[in-house]
Write a protein that binds this ligand. Structure first.
Ligand SMILES: NC(=O)c1ccc[n+]([C@@H]2O[C@H](COP(=O)([O-])OP(=O)(O)OC[C@H]3O[C@@H](n4cnc5c(N)ncnc54)[C@H](OP(=O)(O)O)[C@@H]3O)[C@@H](O)[C@H]2O)c1
Length: 279
């Protein structure tokens, strides 16, 4: 990974959740390649430490972000927590009507509570050292709700609310918080998606869901490289006052601006056309 010699406002120690794949892995390599000492966690990873030419390092450890006590203990023992990039996440797809509560809970358990489990001990350490940057990986789906991804969207809207409040609470302690909002990105997310097949519920929604998920999968697999998101995260580490939220890429920035002025009914027409294809 190219060393871009950027300004660093927070310190050299970076904690990354979801570092074994996709956006988290790209962030881990990007920071380590730019001289940071990164500790990355995920459930399935070979535990190892790699050294990088610019003096950075990447240590990978196994950790499930849904295990609150284990995450707290892990974060408290880290050599430093100057920057935290909270990426661990999964996607659940299915019609809002038929998605079982257990899948909804799983979705919130990883994306929302998992992020909180990691954020809380990091922010306590950052508050004590009166410096730190919390970067949450949200989604465009946290700004506009996507049909057939109601639970995923809800988990990402929740992260927007959480991050906004944290930013206000922590400012007085020199701690900054922001949310990166990627759009379609080519990662392992597509293959890992859990889809609730409503066939067991009489087959309603079945075809629509299939087409909708196929559209999402194709958009993601033709989407941006995760390095694009990692570059945004690295750039934030050089900003004393990072913006509250950063959509990734000009087209998503423009889309967010446009959606500010489009009335709800118009938004829903656009999103329905995109994600509820007729054939
Ligand atoms: N790809 C997209 O189009 C897209 C768009 C917008 C936002 N995002 C967001 O970006 C983030 C990263 O996703 P990605 O696209 O990079 O997908 P990915 O390639 O599937 O990576 C997800 C990472 O999260 C980890 N993870 C999942 N559950 C975990 C748990 N319980 N504990 C610890 N780690 C866990 C995975 O590792 P293990 O399975 O080994 O635990 C993996 O490292 C997610 O929050 C996702 O919602 C993705």
């Amino acid at each position: 990974m190219k060393n871009t010699k950027r300004k660093n406002c927070y310190g050299k120690h970076v904690f990354i959740s979801g570092a074994s794949s996709g956006i988290g892995r790209a962030c881990a390599l990007m920071f380590a390649g730019n001289g940071f000492h990164v500790v990355g966690v995920s459930r399935n990873t070979e535990e190892k430490t790699e050294r990088f030419p610019g003096g950075g390092s990447l240590t990978l450890k196994r950790l499930d972000v849904t295990d609150e006590a284990a995450v707290r203990e892990f974060v408290e023992k880290l050599p430093g927590t100057d920057i935290a990039v909270l990426c661990a996440g999964i996607g659940v797809a299915g019609p809002a009507e038929t998605t079982p509560l257990e899948l909804t809970r799983k979705q919130m358990e990883v994306n929302y509570f998992g992020t909180l489990n990691a954020a809380q001990p990091c922010r306590s350490r950052m508050r004590r050292q009166r410096r730190g940057l919390l970067i949450v990986i949200g989604s465009i789906a946290g700004r506009v709700s996507i049909p057939m991804q109601s639970q995923y969207s809800a988990s990402k809207y929740a992260l927007e609310a959480f991050t906004d409040a944290v930013r206000m609470e922590m400012r007085q302690y020199g701690v900054r918080a922001c949310i990166i909002e990627p759009g379609d990105t080519k990662t392992g997310f597509t293959a890992a998606r859990v889809m609730h097949s409503p066939n067991r519920d009489g087959g309603c929604y079945g075809r629509t869901l299939k087409r909708s998920v196929a559209k999402m999968a194709s958009d993601e697999q033709n989407g941006k490289s995760p390095d694009t998101v990692a570059r945004v995260a690295l750039a934030l580490s050089g900003k004393k006052n990072p913006p509250a939220r950063v959509p990734v890429g000009l087209e998503y920035k423009a889309l967010m601006q446009l959606l500010r002025i489009v009335p709800d009914r118009g938004k829903e027409m656009i999103l329905s056309r995109m994600y509820l294809p007729k054939q």
